[in-house]
Design a protein around this ligand. Structure first.
Ligand code: ADP
Ligand code: MG
Length: 708
């Protein structure tokens, strides 16, 4: 059934110099755009296509409308304008007439567009002093290529690689492949058929030399699918391997404790909470370790879900651990969780009444050595049911009598290593179930890729009776100060967030310290103002937070240290200075610090937009408080780069696929990968795919994707 065609692996082995027409000089040029192998070459995809059937002539262009013409350069001149910008004027002609092209601030055009060169121009025709002219049109140097659809490749001025060079080389590479055996297609026919995917040879030919735009679309679908399938296969395989190699605990999910806990809650669970608790329970029951991501916007009620999971462990005689990213948050979660679990009893046959109170403890690095010793002892002998803490929980000397469920809050601050360390805490080698929580919503399909080794649950519904947060983008601060005054008079509190701790000369950024001085000595000299930032010692930080929590501070000036988890329901105003300096997710998290009590809240984003994208960001925040909607906007504005984080773009295998545009295909690829791997975990009957994953995916790809 294998067609024994050429594999991508083989093409990766072949240097471009194997092709006719690649001299060592050309190879050097290609090296600069990271094209070394024939595979690199044929996966340089066209940036766009010119549809020549849409081509017209200079005479037939309509003033005020866009059009495409093939022209030849007849004259080029460059001059400097008074504002020192450059102006390149190019006169071009075709058989029917002449017109002028004007390029502002693109001095290199005078070198690129030399006399007699043939160009395809796309732009809007204007009349300037009665003459036909296009300003800053798109220009493609097409050489003498024929065909109705012409592919335009990414050109590199620096490397000296032109579109037609690539076009010719790719054509040569494809000709060679097709002459021998064509491409091997590692994707089973049935799968291709059910998703209407063309075969691989067709895909490569059509993406580079399409006969129509329809063919481009078909080719793209197939190649996008391949890219996504490789990644999903890798991720699903790792996930399955993790599951296979680990033995977990089968928890009792419908015991007395969880039932009693859910019954005594002062509110009704949202449907989303019920659904997610079910999803988690299903995992907990299995004797495979859970490895699940819970995404839920700020205020969506993740804590109750997490506590229910922890209690499932406790009612089976195991322990639960809750890890927070900072001491402040650990303490806060400890208070919150203790509060939720007040008066809860655990069944215990060794006691007289057959019951004893549930024991919750806090362990952070600011505990005294005596306290610490005591808690460490109790963790080891089962004297603690639920422990809340920071990374301090996974230090080596800590062992648990039986760690059953671990909840990790705010995933992005924990690495893979820490997760692994936690798994090793269970003495009998059975891995605890792990629930990772994040309040940073990312679009579902992106989550499938970035957190591909986790199952994903989503709390996509807010509890009823949430107070609204109104958001304003203001250029001047005064309105914010006025509102703060009014709110404080009513006994409420406010946050003022500044981007950086100290004044940086070149950036005109208000520092927290400077803002603190200004507000505490001038604007609000009669109110209680405090300062909190990352350079304050943990102990001090806790004190400042504690005072604010108790309502002994009116206004808290802070940096983003308060970004996550801080929960003071009495705070109703959030002011973010120089808001354009923050990303969407961060602003959304900051805003989530208010609107947590019964009073309506307000968020002010202060300052200029900075950039066009900055403006879009701020507008989006004013428009919606829905974290998932904002995540989509963010992805739209910043592209994959955000999610693939500091990874250089283009180094991974996603050359054509976009997590944003190809959402539907991410889901399909995930499904197909899951089906394949569940039947054939080691891909023994999908050797082609298996080889391709190891040759095409960079070694670091999988690793990277699992890091978060
Ligand atoms: P998250 O951690 O997701 O930001 P929390 O778990 O801190 O949210 O919950 C935010 C607030 O909502 C808490 O005060 C909690 O008591 C409350 N809450 C949670 N679930 C519900 C619900 N179903 N109905 C009403 N209030 C709820
Ligand atoms: Mg929370």
């Amino acid at each position: 059934m294998t067609d024994k065609g050429v594999t991508l692996g083989e093409l990766k082995e072949r240097p471009v110099t194997d092709l006719h027409g690649v001299s060592s000089r050309k190879a050097e040029m290609l090296e600069k755009i990271e094209v070394r192998s024939v595979l690199d070459l044929i996966t340089v995809y066209p940036r766009r296509y010119i549809d020549r059937s849409k081509q017209t002539t200079i005479t037939d262009l309509t003033v005020g409308e866009e059009g495409m013409v093939l022209v030849a350069v007849s004259k080029v001149s460059i001059r400097r304008m008074r504002n020192r910008r450059s102006l390149v004027e190019v006169t071009v002609k075709d058989e029917t007439g002449r017109m002028k092209l004007v390029f502002f601030n693109q001095p290199w055009r005078s070198k690129q567009l030399t006399e007699d060169k043939e160009l395809i121009i796309f732009g809007r025709l204007d009349l300037y002093q009665g003459n036909k002219q296009m300003t800053n049109p798109l220009v493609d140097l097409v050489g003498d290529r024929t065909g109705r659809i012409v592919a335009v490749y990414p050109q590199s001025e620096v490397a000296g690689v032109q579109s037609w060079d690539l076009d010719a080389l790719v054509a040569e590479a494809l000709r060679r492949v097709m002459k021998v055996r064509g491409f091997e297609d590692p994707v089973p026919k049935e799968i291709r058929k059910s998703y209407r995917l063309v075969d691989r040879s067709t895909a490569f030919l059509q993406i580079h030399r399409p006969g129509s735009m329809q063919e481009v679309a078909e080719a793209r679908r197939r190649l996008v699918f391949d890219e996504l399938l490789r990644i999903q296969l890798e991720l699903v395989q790792r996930k399955v391997q993790l599951e296979r190699s680990a033995k977990g605990i089968s928890h009792n999910v419908s015991g007395f404790l969880t039932t009693a806990f859910l019954e005594q809650l002062p509110y009704i669970l949202t449907d989303a909470q019920k659904r997610v608790i079910d999803e988690i329970s299903t995992d907990l029951k299995k004797d495979l370790p859970m490895h699940r991501l819970l995404q839920g916007d700020v205020g969506s009620g993740k804590t109750v879900v997490a506590v229910t999971a922890l209690l499932s462990a406790v009612q089976g005689g195991h322990q639960g651990a809750f890890m927070a990213p900072t001491e402040v948050l650990a303490e806060q979660h400890y208070l919150g969780i203790s509060d939720l679990l007040q008066n809860m009893n655990v069944e215990d046959d060794s006691t007289l009444l057959g019951q004893r109170p549930l024991r919750v403890e806090l362990l952070t690095s600011s505990a005294s050595s005596n306290q610490r010793k005591l808690i460490v002892e109790k963790l080891a002998n089962g004297g603690v049911d639920i422990v809340v803490g920071t990374h301090a929980l996974i230090q080596d000397e800590i062992s648990f009598s039986s760690l059953g469920v671990v909840v990790i809050d705010e995933q992005h601050r924990f690495g893979v290593d820490q997760r692994a360390a936690l798994r090793e805490k269970q003495s009998d080698g059975r891995a605890p179930d792990v629930l990772v929580m994040t309040a940073t919503p990312i679009p579902r399909t992106a989550a499938m890729t970035v957190y591909g080794d986790l199952d994903v649950s989503i709390l996509d519904e807010m509890p009823l009776g949430r107070t609204s947060i109104e958001t304003f983008w203001i250029k001047e601060e005064q309105a914010a100060w006025d509102l703060i005054r009014g709110e404080v008079k009513e006994g409420r509190q406010a946050y003022v967030v500044c981007p950086l701790i100290d004044e940086s000369d070149s950036l005109n950024v208000r520092s927290a310290e400077e803002t603190f001085t200004r507000l505490s000595e001038e604007v609000f000299s009669d109110l209680r103002v405090e300062l909190l930032h990352g350079r304050i010692k943990p102990n001090e930080k806790n004190k400042v937070m504690e005072k604010f929590r108790r309502g002994e501070t009116d206004i808290l000036i802070a940096t983003t240290v308060i970004e996550v988890g801080v929960d003071v329901p009495n705070a109703t105003v959030m002011v973010v200075l120089d808001a354009y300096r923050f990303g969407i997710a961060q602003l959304h998290q900051l805003r989530g610090r208010v609107g947590r009590g019964s009073s309506p809240s307000t968020c002010f984003l202060v300052g200029e937009a900075g950039t066009v994208v900055g403006e879009e960001r701020l507008k989006a925040l004013v428009q919606t408080t829905d974290g998932f909607e904002l995540a989509e906007v963010d992805l739209e504005l910043r592209g994959e780069g955000t999610i693939m984080a500091d990874r250089q773009k283009g180094r991974n295998d996603l050359r054509l696929a976009s997590l944003r545009r190809d959402r539907e295909w991410v889901e399909i690829a995930r499904e197909v990968a899951t089906d394949i791997v569940s039947e054939d975990p080691d891909l023994n009957s999908h050797i082609g795919l298996r080889n391709e994953i190891s040759t095409v995916l960079q070694e670091s790809d999988g690793e990277y994707l699992l890091k978060s």
